[in-house]
Design a protein around this ligand. Structure first.
Ligand SMILES: Cc1cc2nc3c(=O)[nH]c(=O)nc-3n(C[C@H](O)[C@H](O)[C@H](O)COP(=O)(O)OP(=O)(O)OC[C@H]3O[C@@H](n4cnc5c(N)ncnc54)[C@H](O)[C@@H]3O)c2cc1C
Length: 637
């Protein structure tokens, strides 16, 4: 299959407008004749479900939490970008577009990114109209702060709870449609497969997580907004339920997986404290507005931070990147922290950490201002570590956080399976090889409020009256496969817990496919993963049965998919013989240890086609063209 990305031609600023005009419309009276399945009710899913229902479509919305409000989006702390230029500091749509293409290390589609920057303005208006309580200045205008990879302040925020507040806004819009009967909400339902009829997505199979019931659902189109897959590393900043199941099952049914190796390691998480930890906690990037990152100049310095004099500290980001300082993009900040720790400058009990210090900011602005800006984050830090960050510097270290890879989608957010659309973190779309901070919320809401509701009509319009229902044999077939799989998981009754195998996979992925990768390490991982998968399918012990709440079964199903995805990630990382953004191949670096791209050979999106578990997937390449932001060696000096 040739990949048709449907990127419109013409001047970049007109492309989205022209494309919207060229797309087919479903007239208002006909919209109510179409049913759409929305899997996911995070920021992407909730905004899409609400907007499609507002337009008139009938939406069935699924999530595995007990309410849409608990989607992982609620965890987002720092903010959301938009090119409003409220600070009058030189921002513009073009600058946000430029920063995002450059920040993604020239591995994203220009047309998508430009549209994202355009739509960012509308997102803020939409959220404000919904009553999202963004921080305001004394004058009443919305306030902004800075995030990495930008020299302007364009990040809108609601203290350290931006995701929660935006999700409440989207949830209200969703709840309104639930009340009107336009959205049927199905919480605690996990999608375990997608059903294709004549090659097009026409439904899903779910498992009711309370009763174990396996059910069929049919619709005219299916949308996935099921989030990212950082939990493949076991330890990550993601909620423990985050998984790749929906996307992976769709991949196995024909949806190509794009750039699976592009994962974001966030520079500022609380360092791991012990062996049995199951999650890492993020300290928002917004803290780098006022916090200064440093390590002791001498290796192995054991003195408490407070006793290390100023001239014996290395503020290494400010030293190496004077123009951006502590606000360099995440991939750069993470790698620099790793380099410091590898060279023996790490701090804290495990020596795997660096300092994030607020002493200067508190001295300059006063404790009250810092408390107003970051109070809840400081409190969270103190609760977890027992240390008061107003008195001593925070200790931080990079952690898996976000996945830029995901299901391949065209400009209309449609995957390679017709009728299957993918939005939010689950698709690969706009961030290239490195996402800038505060741009995930922007993309999820752009997709959900302002892109998908238009593009899905282009698919549906010519399909009036072509309904299938769940009696179609394709549903029975897929349902049987789902049942068999659940039965198989329950029947193994081996000796290892799901978590112990997941932890082993996570350690392997972190060591071989984490912040730094080598051909040798990736080849080792590619030998190890099938062995671990075999261990899982012969020796895992899933407790309980299938007809009740069974977390062990839920986790096992998700881990089974991670064990397949991990192999594809390593294969993709091995295949991409260059460094770009978050994908750092040690063999390809500049003399100063920065990522060295090989544009002549790798300026493409790698879209993988599944050919069976344990069999070589097929690589399809979507060439990327840069007409506006010419690729150069990224510099933040
Ligand atoms: C700690 C933290 C802080 C962050 N802070 C920021 C920030 O400040 N700014 C920013 O821009 N980004 C931030 N991010 C990233 C951002 O929060 C996420 O990328 C974004 O919220 C993802 O939204 P989503 O709607 O795509 O997915 P999610 O919010 O993860 O929602 C996924 C939905 O899919 C459902 N689902 C998944 N699988 C299935 C299945 N098989 N069956 C049924 N339902 C399923 C879930 O129930 C859920 O409803 C942060 C991330 C983390 C981890």
């Amino acid at each position: 299959m040739t990949l048709d990305s449907k990127i419109p031609s013409g001047p970049i600023e007109d492309r989205w407008d022209n494309h919207r005009f060229a797309m087919k419309l479903v007239n208002p009276a006909n919209k109510r004749k179409f049913d759409v399945i929305m899997v996911g009710s995070g920021l992407a899913g909730a905004s899409a479900a609400a907007s499609m229902a507002e337009l008139g479509y009938n939406v069935q919305c699924f999530c595995y939490q007990d309410t849409a409000r608990r989607a992982h989006s609620i965890a987002a702390q720092g903010g959301i970008n938009a090119a409003k230029n409220y600070q009058n500091d030189g921002d513009s749509i073009y600058r946000l577009f430029y920063d995002t293409v450059k920040g993604g290390d020239f591995r994203s589609r220009e047309a998508n990114v430009y549209r994202l920057a355009q739509v960012s303005l509308e997102i803020i208006d939409q959220a404000v109209a919904q009553g999202v309580p963004f921080a305001r200045e004394y004058s009443g205008l919305l306030d902004n702060r800075s995030f990495g990879g930008a020299q302007v302040s364009r990040t809108f925020y609601a203290r350290g709870q931006t995701g929660q507040q935006l999700l409440l806004g989207a949830y209200q819009a969703l709840a309104r449609q639930v009340k009107k009967g336009k959205v049927q909400m199905y919480p605690r339902h996990e999608m375990l497969d997608v059903v294709l009829v004549d090659g097009e997505a026409k439904g899903i199979i779910t498992r009711d997580l309370n009763t174990g019931k396996i059910e069929r659902w049919a619709a005219d189109a299916v949308v996935l907004g099921t989030g990212g897959y950082s939990r493949v590393f076991y330890l990550s900043t993601n909620a423990m339920g985050c998984n790749v199941t929906a996307a992976w099952r769709a991949h196995k049914r024909g949806a190509y997986f794009a750039n699976p190796c592009y994962t974001q390691i966030h520079p500022t998480a609380i360092p791991q404290a012990g062996e049995h930890q199951s999650k890492l906690t993020l300290m928002s990037e917004s803290l780098r507005n006022d916090g200064r990152i440093w390590v002791p100049k001498s290796q192995g310095d054991d003195r408490p931070a407070i006793q290390i004099p100023e001239d014996e500290r290395d503020y290494y980001l400010e030293r190496r990147y004077p123009a951006f300082g502590n606000l360099v993009p995440r991939d750069i900040a993470s790698r620099a922290a790793k380099q410091m720790v590898d060279k023996g400058h790490g701090v804290g009990p495990t020596k795997v950490g660096v300092y994030l210090d607020f002493a200067d900011a508190i001295g300059r602005l006063g404790k009250k201002v810092i408390e107003e800006r970051y109070g809840n984050l400081f409190e969270m830090y103190e609760k977890i570590t027992g240390e008061d960050p107003y008195e001593v510097p925070m200790r931080i270290y990079p952690a898996p956080h976000y996945t830029m890879g995901g299901l391949w989608v065209d400009y209309e957010l449609q995957s390679t399976v017709p009728g299957l659309f993918v939005i939010g973190e689950a698709n690969f779309s706009d961030h290239g090889a490195n996402r800038l901070g505060a741009s995930a919320l922007m993309q999820g809401l752009a997709d959900g409020y302002f892109v998908l509701p238009y593009t899905i009509g282009n698919y549906l319009a010519p399909r009036m009256g072509q309904k299938v229902d769940t009696d179609h044999p394709a549903f029975a077939e897929v349902e049987q496969e789902v049942n068999d799989r659940v039965g198989k998981l329950l029947s193994i009754q081996g000796e290892r817990t799901v978590d112990s195998i997941h932890r082993e996979l996570g350690t392997l992925m972190w060591e071989k496919c984490g912040m730094a990768r080598t051909a040798e390490g990736l080849k080792e991982a590619l030998e190890e993963i099938p062995r671990l998968r075999e261990e899982f399918w012969t020796n895992v012990r899933v407790l309980g049965d299938g007809e009740e709440i069974n977390e062990s079964l839920e986790k096992a199903g998700r881990l089974a998919d991670f064990l397949e995805l991990a192999e594809l990630m390593c294969r993709d990382a091995l295949d991409r013989e260059e460094s770009c953004g978050g994908h750092f191949r040690e063999e390809h670096q500049t003399e100063e240890g920065e990522a060295l791209r090989r544009d002549d050979e790798f300026t493409y999106v790698a879209a993988w086609e599944h050919k069976g578990v344990g069999r070589e997937p097929v690589l399809h390449k979507e060439d990327l063209e840069f007409e506006y932001v010419k690729p150069s060696q990224r510099s933040y000096k």
